[in-house]
Design a protein. Sequence first.
Length: 139
Amino acid sequence: MQIRAYQDTDRAAVIALWQVCELTRPWNNPGLDIERKLAVNREWFLVGLKQGQLVASAMFGYEGHRGWVNYLAVHPDQQRHGFARAMMDHGEQLLLSVGCPKINLQVRNTNAQALAFYARLGYGNDEAISLGKRLIPDM
């Protein structure tokens, strides 16, 4: 799999990937999420290609205290080939290159497969509660 920065021509394929991976929610507009990411560290919005087909994505970010990853996705037909691990390794290296000391991520507590994957990569439960407040409604 080749990893590169997102390009504008990837938009439809990325949104389709997120939908097939069940990452989209009615209260989050995926097109707006893409636009927002492109405004901040657009080069850290990564996609993975296998034989020219977009099969993976991940958005990395850093605000000076913690790194974050969002929208890590691998097409279900391409899972269990190390692509998610490769995307995470690439993103972790980006974060390390700017001195980021820790990466955080959020996983829905019902997603046992994702929780097991991240545990294999060395991620653990920080025993913290994730809170959120919508400032701009997408709908």
